[in-house]
Design a protein around this ligand. Structure first.
Ligand code: PSU
Ligand code: MN
Length: 312
C-alpha cells in the first residue's frame, strides 16, 4: 500500500458479485466489450446478442464479464437492466485508451472499445476477451493516418482477444504488417488464412496457427513466463453456414468507404459510420453474420479461459 496515496490512487472498479466470486475462485472469466452494443449493432439485436453471448459463456462453463463505464466507474459484469439501458442510451461515449481517464474523472457513461476493454480487463485480472472484429489500419491510411488504437493496445496489454479477424473494409495487409512490427502474435484457430469478419478468409495467410484452445492457452502461459508484454490476437473464422463470401461484400465496402471520405467522417466516428452503412447496404444480412461470429468467438474464448484456469 502506498502511504502517499492520492485520493484517486485506486482505479474506480466495480465488479459484479458473479465476476468477483469467479475471480476469487480462479474460474474461467471472459471479458466482453460494450462498444459493439452502443456503436456496433442496432437495437434490439445489440442487447439480445449481448445476452446470448453471456448465456453462451455460462453454458460453456465460464463467467461473462461485460465491461462498460457507468457514471465514471468501470463496471466489470453488468446486470440485465444495465445491458438494456446501454442498448438504447444516448450520451454514451465511445471510450478507447485516449478517452478512459477523461470518462472516469468527468463521471461520464462510456462503452469500451477493444483497446479500453483490454485495459479494464487487465485491471480486474481477466486474461481472455471475446469480441467480433478488431479495429485496424483503415483504407486510405496514406492520407488519413487512421490506425485503430486497438493495434497498439495489443502490443502493451496482456489480454488475449478472440475475434473473427478484421473487417475487409479495413486495409488488412497493412493491419497484419502493423501487428507484426508491434510484435503481436496473430494466431489463426484451425485455419491458415487470416479471417475477414463476414468471410472465412481474407486471402492473406495468418502468421501463426493453433488447432486447440489448450495450445492457445499454452502459448499465452509461455508469453507470461517470458515476461513479454502485450496480448495475443486469436483469429477465429465465422462458421461456414453464416459467412458472406468476400467478393459479395467488396462492392458494398468500396461504396461505404467512399461515402465516409465524401462525408468527411474522421476520428472515432469512422468505424461506427462504416458499420452502420454496411448494415444498410447488405439489408441486415451482415448483422446475422455478425451475431453468429460473436457467439462463435465467445465459445472459443471460454475454452481458452478454461484451459488457462486448469479447468478444461
Ligand atoms: N469492428 C467491428 N465491430 C465493432 C468494432 C470494430 O467489427 O463494434 C468496434 C470495437 O469496439 C473496436 C472499435 O475496438 O470499433 C474500433 O474503433 P476505432 O476504429 O475507432 O479504433
Ligand atoms: Mn480511427
Amino acid at each position: 500500500m502506498n502511504t502517499n496515496a492520492l485520493p484517486h490512487s485506486l482505479p474506480p472498479l466495480v465488479l459484479s458479485a458473479e465476476v468477483r466470486d469467479a475471480l476469487a475462485q480462479g474460474r474461467a472469466v471472459v471479458a466482453l466489450e460494450s462498444t459493439i452494443i452502443t456503436h456496433g449493432m442496432p437495437w434490439p439485436q445489440n442487447v439480445e446478442t449481448a445476452r446470448q453471448v453471456e448465456n453462451l459463456v455460462r453454458a460453456e462453463g465460464g463467467v461473462p464479464a461485460t465491461i462498460a463505464i457507468i457514471a465514471g466507474k468501470i463496471h466489470v459484469g453488468l446486470d440485465d437492466s444495465t445491458l438494456e439501458w446501454l442498448g438504447t442510451a444516448r450520451d454514451v461515449m465511445k471510450v478507447s485508451r485516449a478517452d478512459l481517464a477523461y470518462a472516469l474523472s468527468a463521471a461520464r457513461h462510456g462503452s469500451t472499445t477493444v483497446a479500453a476493454t483490454m485495459i479494464c480487463a487487465q485491471l480486474a485480472g481477466i486474461r481472455v476477451f471475446a469480441t467480433g472484429g478488431i479495429g485496424g489500419v483503415h483504407r486510405g491510411v496514406e492520407e488519413t493516418m487512421d490506425i485503430s488504437a486497438d493495434l497498439t493496445e495489443f502490443a502493451r496489454t496482456p489480454v488475449a482477444v478472440v475475434c473473427a479477424g478484421a473487417k475487409a473494409l479495413l486495409d488488412l495487409p497493412r493491419t497484419l504488417e502493423f501487428l507484426e512490427t508491434q510484435g503481436v502474435p496473430v494466431v489463426g484457430y484451425e485455419t491458415n488464412d487470416f479471417p475477414a469478419f463476414w468471410s472465412r478468409s481474407s486471402g492473406l495467410p495468418v502468421p501463426l496457427r493453433a488447432d486447440s484452445a489448450k495450445d492457445i492457452a499454452s502459448m499465452i502461459a509461455m508469453r507470461t513466463t517470458l515476461g513479454l508484454e502485450g496480448g495475443v490476437v486469436v483469429a477465429n473464422p465465422v462458421p461456414q453456414v453464416s459467412e458472406i463470401p468476400r467478393a459479395e461484400m467488396e462492392t458494398f465496402i468500396t461504396q461505404a468507404v467512399e461515402e465516409a471520405r465524401r462525408d468527411g467522417i474522421t476520428g472515432k466516428a469512422v468505424t461506427p459510420y462504416l458499420l452502420s452503412r454496411m448494415l444498410e447496404l447488405t439489408a441486415g444480412r451482415s448483422l446475422e453474420t455478425n451475431i453468429a461470429l460473436v457467439l462463435n468467438n465467445a465459445r472459443l474464448a471460454t475454452h481458452i479461459a478454461l484451459a488457462l484456469s486448469g479447468k478444461a
